[in-house]
Design a protein around this ligand. Structure first.
Ligand code: PNS
Length: 161
């Protein structure tokens, strides 16, 4: 059985994230999407941890081999505790690569964990959670950039419903 962990902030999950995890779910027997709950980032997120988990559960309900989890601490510690195989990270463009390469090497050095990169489809190359949050904060339409569960959570957050 080949397992993968797809970690991230998912604030909120975008169609780019969905594309990466759908591709991962075809490659691996099971994929755990793990919201990394970093105490130092607390207060800088738009959605709470519970909101991000609820949105992810709804958005991944159609993917039978994908489950959702959260963890507070180092990713390598989570990998060790859950015995969960490899880390999956998505790449949108070359600009993502330098940062991701650094993290991948650090995680290999810290915990001897491999990282597999999956390229998101080019149509999502311009989509990021931060841009989605900004557009939604001004009442802009993000329906083509995020799954319906994310859009609903953003609308609730910005009180448009
Ligand atoms: O979606 P993001 O914000 O790009 O995800 C980054 C994340 C959460 C995967 C990364 O910051 C992380 O692994 N944080 C957990 C703490 C950790 O292990 N840090 C060491 C590697 S940078």
């Amino acid at each position: 059985m080949k397992h993968a962990v797809y970690p991230g902030s998912f604030d909120p999950v975008t169609n780019g994230h969905m594309d990466v995890m759908t591709r991962a779910a075809r490659i691996f027997d099971s994929v755990t999407v793990t919201v990394m709950h970093n105490a130092r980032k607390q207060g800088r997120h738009l959605l709470t941890l519970d909101e991000r988990l609820d949105v992810l559960r709804e958005a991944t309900a159609h993917l039978p081999n994908v489950r959702v989890d959260s963890f507070s601490g180092l990713l390598v510690e989570y990998m060790r505790l859950t015995n969960n195989g490899v880390i999956v990270r998505g790449l949108r463009a070359v600009s993502d690569y330098e940062y991701e390469l650094q993290i991948a090497h650090l995680n290999r050095q810290l915990g001897d964990v491999e990282t597999v990169f999956i390229m998101a489809a080019t149509r999502w190359s311009y989509v990021s959670s931060s841009m989605v949050r900004e557009i939604a904060s001004y009442g802009g339409d993000v329906s083509k950039m995020v799954p319906p569960a994310s859009e609903a959570a953003l609308k609730r957050k910005y009180q448009q419903v």
